[in-house]
Write a protein that binds this ligand. Structure first.
Ligand SMILES: Cc1cc2nc3c(=O)[nH]c(=O)nc-3n(C[C@H](O)[C@H](O)[C@H](O)COP(=O)(O)OP(=O)(O)OC[C@H]3O[C@@H](n4cnc5c(N)ncnc54)[C@H](O)[C@@H]3O)c2cc1C
Length: 397
């Protein structure tokens, strides 16, 4: 049964952070209402991790997050560890597996994960209004929200509206628009964890490789990731590219090492007197098509024993340090996250309350906090939600 009005808190957005906040606040005895325009709550959670929900990461630390203030995430992460998330979810029936880099995926599916959050909210008495267009938001003192013809009031308002990435799952920029209306500054939002596109010349050069994937180290400025790269028809994708895309700015080059686990020079050294063609030797370690694309024909078809030092260095340079300037990204439509968002400068890292709007809180991806690929974004949604829920006034303490 829904909790009778008035509410202690209205939460806008029934996604990962909104639902986690609602169940935790309701568990403290707060009267909570959660509003979402989608008929089915938590649609991004349902599609997360390829449908298996990479819900946290054992190595979660501030180093895994982009934020104008790199210290901002520390307090919330310290208060809700990956083990707290595991404990919470396994008690409710989620089973999981650990994959590489400390990534934890459900075995029961992301839909089950979303369902558990919804059930928990309902069981603890949070009032869930789904399929409701948010018509107006006023306040503070108190906050008044009209949604789907129903008017609700509360002393606290939590913006848990995510970011505009992946609009096909119901994402909008309402969180940013409301934040601006309340006088909060935004750190310029842009698509993150997104495939990159190449300009016409590079696209033509690499298009025959579409569908090929291989481990690489990719660098943009001082940041580097070693993970698989996938060539696509429009450019490059795969975990390495998604990771670097969150750091990349329009016009910047990226450098790719296609053989991060070895050295071209060492391969040659072991075959110094071989009459094998260079393309054959490199083709043992790299996709043959890639060797053909990277190396000029004269170099690729030279016998290894005839190569001079300059040629060895040239081949090594091409394999270990291809520099290309992506023409752009696939945009919000293919971006798993939104980088940037509500500036954390006026948000408490302990309570997620805004300094200059009494009762207003902002959590999850609406904030200028973006995690790396690997479960860090859902973890942030949960951690920021938990800290906010524990700080909301009202309830049993
Ligand atoms: C394809 C995909 C896969 C992903 N996989 C993973 C993964 O495996 N692990 C991981 O950690 N992260 C993953 N992410 C990122 C993760 O899903 C998000 O970072 C996380 O859900 C953010 O939580 P949130 O509560 O801030 O926002 P959301 O979960 O997006 O919730 C926001 C809610 O607000 C509602 N809303 C938006 N606009 C309006 C409006 N105008 N009116 C009313 N309601 C509105 C939405 O319907 C939604 O329910 C993935 C993202 C995508 C797109």
């Amino acid at each position: 049964m829904p909790t009778p009005a008035p509410y202690d808190a209205i939460i806008l957005g029934a996604g990962a952070s909104g639902l986690f906040c609602a169940q935790r606040a309701a568990g403290r005895g707060l009267r909570v209402a959660v509003i979402d325009h989608a008929d089915k709550p938590a649609r991004k959670v349902r599609i997360s991790g390829g449908g298996m929900g990479n819900f946290t990461n054992l190595h979660a630390s501030s180093a895994n997050y982009l934020c104008a203030n790199p210290h901002f995430v520390k307090s919330a992460l310290a208060r809700l560890s990956p083990w707290d998330v595991i404990d919470f979810l396994t008690r409710l029936g989620v089973t999981y597996e650990e994959r590489e880099h400390g990534q934890l995926f459900t075995l029961t599916g992301a839909g089950h994960l979303a369902g558990i959050l919804v059930d928990r909210c309902r069981k603890l008495g949070a009032y869930l209004l789904t399929g409701r267009k948010i018509e107006s938001v006023d306040g503070p003192g108190p906050f008044r929200v009209v949604a789907g013809g129903e008017s609700l009031e509360a002393a606290a308002l939590v913006l848990a509206l995510g970011g505009p990435s992946w609009p096909q799952a119901g994402a909008t920029d309402l969180g940013f628009r409301l934040a601006r209306r309340f006088g909060l500054a935004l750190v310029n939002p842009r698509p993150g964890l997104v495939p990159m596109t190449l300009g016409p010349a590079d696209r033509e050069r690499f298009a025959p490789l579409a569908g090929n994937a291989l481990p690489v180290t990719i660098e943009c400025g001082p940041v580097r990731f070693t993970d698989p790269l996938l060539f696509t028809h429009r450019g490059i994708s795969g975990p390495a590219v998604l990771q670097i895309s969150s750091y990349w700015r329009e016009g910047e080059p990226v450098t790719i090492d296609f053989l991060p686990q070895g050295r071209v020079a060492d391969l040659m050294e072991g075959n110094r007197s071989s009459s094998m063609l260079l393309r054959t030797l490199l083709g043992r370690a790299l996709p043959k098509r890639l060797v053909q694309t990277l190396l000029p024909e004269a170099l690729a078809s030279a016998e290894v024993r005839r190569l001079d030092r300059r040629q060895v260095e040239e081949a090594a340079g091409l394999v270990h340090g291809l520099t290309i300037t992506p023409s752009g990204t696939e945009g919000y439509a293919k971006a798993e996250v939104t980088v940037g968002g509500v500036d954390t400068a006026n948000i408490s890292s302990k309570t997620f309350a805004c300094a200059n709007v009494p009762g207003l809180h902002v959590i999850g991806e609406t904030l200028d906090v973006t995690g790396h690929l690997g479960g860090f974004n859902l973890h942030w949604a949960f951690a920021s939600a938990a800290a906010c829920a524990d700080a909301l006034p009202g309830g049993n303490g």
